[in-house]
Design a protein around this ligand. Structure first.
Ligand code: ATP
Length: 349
């Protein structure tokens, strides 16, 4: 074990292993997935022969944050588990090698598209949403916003009915409690504008928007050409025939999650209390158009993914700017001092 090299502001410390990963794992050429940060490869544990997934990250503040936050939440049922973290150098370049459980069941929508037995129903959609929402609640309760919640980051452990849906990719996750002191009533001058919620709420509201889009797609809304525009403009409607049989509860929930104003958007506790989520087992078994829509929209699916990625990136920037603006607007000496201290903490992260 090394000196702690990954530290969270809350005091969590991660001790990556520093021996060579190849001492313990056989790394194969099988690529499980491609992302912006590189490949996710398959690997085998040399002791027990088990298959795992390996993500390689070049050392940076961002990479450290990703590893530390993912590690902290990795025990939860609906979050991909980290098994081991190594810190190895290759030609002088320090890398973090993150060994995760291997998600053999593939991505959420791929699975719905491939579903052979009967149509995908509203009750199944509700169960899936409950699982994803429980992962988000777990994060938000720990003051972590994921900020990159999209269908490609929702994977199943196994391809069969025993597969468990889990959230992964903490590349944009952010610990938001460092700003908490700014939000207490004594410092309300920071947040005089009613629409300014506090940065941590903005960051979390970005995840709720994602949940809304995923739920909307989950219900079989035709992907193209309208979906891209809807994502861009926030104008989600519920046209026939896809929505004619869908319950009002589902539609109301989607409206609450996709509310354009983040201050009015539902928070995760309100979502979890919603009867459609809390009592997902009682949701009507109305057949949905999802499988058909995903098959027909296969060619345009990459465009929808890209649009969602772009919107999330815009939201992350917007919310950071709201934070900076709200800080700049205040002119109290005591607040100035606190502001500097808090910004230092942010920069340290
Ligand atoms: N534990 C895993 N088991 C199997 N496949 C995985 C696993 N983790 C990731 N993948 C695959 O690799 C892809 C990329 O992984 P990940 O999203 O973590 O990387 P990234 O570089 O951060 O990607 P992004 O471009 O989405 O930011 C995933 O979409 C998925 O298909």
């Amino acid at each position: 074990m090394d000196e702690p090299s990954v530290r969270l502001s809350t005091g969590n410390i991660i001790y990556p292993k520093t021996n060579l990963i190849s001492d313990d794992y056989e790394i194969s050429n099988t690529v499980l997935g491609l992302g912006i940060n590189g490949k996710v490869l398959q690997c085998h544990n040399k002791d027990n022969g088990q298959v795992y997934a390996l993500k390689v990250l070049h050392d940076s503040l961002k990479a450290r944050r990703e590893v530390a936050l993912h590690w902290r939440v990795s025990g939860f049922r609906h979050i991909v588990s980290i098994i081991d973290v190594y810190k190895n150098s290759y030609n002088g370049n320090v890398c973090f090698l993150v060994v995760m459980e291997c998600m053999r069941g593939g991505e959420l929508f791929q699975r719905i598209q491939n579903q052979q037995t009967g149509a995908f129903t509203e009750r199944e959609a509700a169960k899936i949403m409950q699982e994803i929402c429980s992962a988000v609640k777990y994060l938000h309760d720990r003051n972590i916003a994921h900020r990159d919640l999209k269908p490609e980051n929702l994977l199943y452990t196994l391809p069969d009915q025993n597969g468990v849906l889990k959230l992964t990719d903490f590349g944009f996750a952010k610990e938001v409690n460092v700003h908490a002191t700014l939000e207490t009533p004594c410092y309300t001058p920071y947040y005089v504008a009613p629409e300014v919620l506090g940065p941590e709420k903005y960051d979390k509201s970005c995840d709720i928007w994602s949940l809304g889009v995923i739920m909307y797609i989950n219900h079989g809304q035709a992907i193209s050409p309208g979906m891209k525009k809807r994502i861009r403009t926030g104008q989600f409607d519920f046209p026939d025939p896809e929505w004619s049989g869908v319950s009002k509860d589902a539609r109301d929930l989607i409206r609450g999650m996709l509310c354009v104003n983040p201050a009015k958007r539902l928070d995760i506790d309100q979502v979890m209390c919603n009867q459609w989520i809390a009592k997902y087992g009682e949701v009507p078994e109305t057949p949905l158009y999802t499988g058909k829509m995903l098959k027909e929209g296969e060619e345009t699916w990459p465009e929808v993914q890209e649009e969602m990625m772009r919107s999330l990136a815009t939201m992350r920037v917007d919310y950071d700017q709201v934070h900076i603006k709200s800080l700049n607007n205040s002119s109290n000496a005591l607040l100035d001092k606190r502001r500097k201290k808090n910004l230092m903490n942010v920069l340290k992260k």
